[in-house]
Write a protein that binds this ligand. Structure first.
Ligand code: SF4
Ligand code: SF4
Length: 439
């Protein structure tokens, strides 16, 4: 195969976004763990009997085309898996060498690496620090919640190893965020999970991903049954609500939770995460042989777009098929969503989760709808307030003063009420379980 030709960037390219990023999977679906809910392990079946490592030829093409395709002075090189650290440090040293080779003067290049942390050691951490990698570490909360599903090939727990990795990253001052999944086993414990990350781990950047795992043998986005490991829609809604209520009272500006920052961008009028944007399609997934797919969640034959060793990456990105994929997020919304009061922030969330029927029998409703509706309605007032603060050049964290004042007033009112009366804050809880408590 010959390397792809570089597109002449001086020509107008109306369908090519100014910036984009590709999630590269240099080791394909290969992983040193067997997390029970992992949707990616089965993807190995797409490439039977082929080498699992990305070759130097594909690596160079990926880096060169990603850098050359940006019409902005920065680029993100994203490493994902499977488990990318299986490639060894020398693979990433070579990646840095290639980034330096193709970097335009003044261009900032950021590397992100999503890892389960098992292989991280001092040498890895020194490397990640030296090259300013932003690391995403997968950890699902306290020991029993993490070990419920995140196990190694022999089914053994991994909590201690991941905590060791987190401490190493901290010791070496590597910037990292926690990527936690929300599933059947931790979904009822939002505060335990959140406080564990904040108080025991000392993490400041969090992202929560709901596990919605289709129950089928293909590993593709097919069928409407979910496994019993999946989080429930209401359960997820409560998880977000309870965590938000703690965060908005004490941690705004200190803890950064993507599940709150993402929607806040919608309240500000410019969505920043693909799942809450009206259209998507700018985050394609790259397999180790150069094959590109529409998205990390759609590495399936139907969503295969082309190979970057044969067709320039930007041409694939601008292809009718990928453009249509991105627009389908908006164009396939059922009427129930189009008329929804929180459409401006939800936008039907990710198409991979849209496999329910609406109450009026139209297909395409998001499995998490009930939870999102509950969450977005609950946070509407503080989100408006924070958006207003930011628009006027103030800090979103000022919202905490508002809550402190309001909570004081409510506690005073509760002092004169019966313990079993409904709390006047409107939470639906009894006074004794809400603003009637001492704190
Ligand atoms: S399919 Fe989902 S995860 Fe993929 S780009 Fe679209 S919204 Fe994002
Ligand atoms: S909350 Fe439900 S109805 Fe509203 S846009 Fe989201 S998925 Fe659609």
């Amino acid at each position: 195969m010959s390397d792809a030709q570089t597109l002449n960037m001086s020509m107008p390219q109306p369908d090519i976004p100014a910036s984009f990023h590709i999630m590269a999977k240099p080791s394909g679906a290969r992983c040193n763990l067997s997390c029970r809910y992992c949707f990616f392990l089965k993807k190995d079946r797409l490439y039977p009997d082929t080498p699992w490592r990305m070759t130097d030829e594909v690596l160079e093409s990926y880096i060169r085309q990603t850098i050359e395709g940006q019409r902005v002075p920065h680029a993100t090189i994203a490493w994902q898996g499977g488990e990318p650290t299986l490639m060894g440090i020398d693979f990433f040293r070579r990646a840095i060498e290639l980034e330096n080779k193709y970097r335009r003067p003044g261009m900032r290049i950021e590397n992100t690496l999503q890892t389960n942390g098992i292989l991280l050691d001092d040498e890895w951490c020194r490397f990640l620090k030296e090259h300013d990698f932003l690391v995403g570490l997968s950890l699902d909360g306290p020991r029993e919640m993490h070990d419920a599903y995140r196990v190694d090939k022999a089914g053994r727990p991994t909590f201690d190893k991941v905590m060791h990795a987190a401490r190493l990253l901290q010791d070496h001052q590597v910037e990292f965020n926690i990527l936690a999944t929300v599933h059947a086993k931790n979904g009822d414990h939002p505060l335990k999970v959140y406080r564990f990350f904040r108080d025991e781990l000392g993490a400041r950047y969090l992202q929560f991903i709901p596990i919605v795992e289709r129950d089928n043998d293909t590993g593709f986005q097919e069928g409407s049954a979910v496994t019993d490991r999946s989080v429930g829609a209401q359960q997820y809604g409560h998880f977000l609500v309870d965590m938000f209520d703690e965060w908005v009272r004490r941690d705004v500006g200190e803890m950064f939770v993507l599940n709150f920052d993402g929607p806040l961008a919608n309240w500000l009028g410019s969505p920043s995460t693909c799942i809450f944007s009206p259209v998507c399609g700018e985050g394609m997934a790259l397999e180790r042989n150069g094959d590109l797919y529409s998205c990390d969640h759609f590495v399936e034959p139907r969503y295969f777009l082309g190979n970057i060793m044969e067709t320039p990456m930007v041409e694939i990105l601008a292809s009718h098929k990928q453009q249509q994929f991105g627009r389908a997020k908006r164009d396939s919304l059922p009427r129930y969503c189009r008329e929804c009061e929180v459409l401006f922030v939800c936008n039907g969330e990710c198409p991979k989760n849209r496999f329910l029927m609406t109450p009026d029998g139209e297909p395409g409703l998001n499995y998490l709808c009930e939870g999102y509706k509950m969450f977005f309605k609950h946070v509407d007032r503080p989100m408006r307030l924070m958006a207003q603060l930011l628009r006027t050049g103030r800090q979103a964290s000022e919202v905490m003063r508002f809550y402190a004042q309001e909570d004081r007033t409510l506690r005073e009112s509760c002092a004169h009420m019966g313990r079993n009366e409904p709390c006047p804050c409107g939470s639906g809880k009894k006074v004794k379980h809400c603003h009637g408590t001492a704190s």
